[in-house]
Design a protein around this ligand. Structure first.
Ligand SMILES: *[C@@H]1O[C@H](CO)[C@@H](O)[C@H](O)[C@H]1NC(C)=O
Length: 124
């Protein structure tokens, strides 16, 4: 019995670290949970996530200038999160690795803050 518990604990850890490709409804639900779309339609939010990351929470893209884009909305480390690598303003007060989490509530809050502070989705 103990062995089984241990094994299922391990498989939970593995699952938690796996890449998650969000289904459309799941993503819509998460956006909805985070309360409000900041003047952007749900369709545009979804489109953004599809275009930027193919709704893959683990997507990382290294820019030529030395910063990296993280996660579902490809949030840039130069301005919005700290990854100890690029010179970051860290306006989102976040560790970039949090933006790769399958728990996307924080990612959504960060992305909304970006939208609010810069007048729309012009950041992308
Ligand atoms: C961010 O989190 C990762 C993983 O938990 C950790 O290794 C890293 O040191 C953290 N970086 C910062 C800037 O806090």
């Amino acid at each position: 019995m103990k062995k089984i518990l241990f094994l299922s604990f391990i498989s939970c850890l593995i699952v938690a670290n796996q890449t998650k490709i969000f289904k459309r409804c799941e993503l819509a639900q998460e956006m909805h949970k985070a309360d409000g779309y900041e003047g952007i339609s749900l369709g545009d939010w979804m489109c953004l996530a599809y275009r930027e990351s193919q709704v893959n929470t683990k997507k990382k893209y290294e820019n030529a200038v030395g910063s990296t884009d993280y996660g579902l909305f490809q949030i840039n480390s130069h301005y919005w999160c700290n990854d100890d690598k690029s010179h970051s303003k860290n306006l989102g007060h976040m560790n970039c690795s949090e933006l790769l989490s399958n728990y996307i509530f924080l990612t959504i809050l960060c992305v909304k803050m970006m939208v609010l502070s810069s007048g729309g989705i012009a950041n992308w």
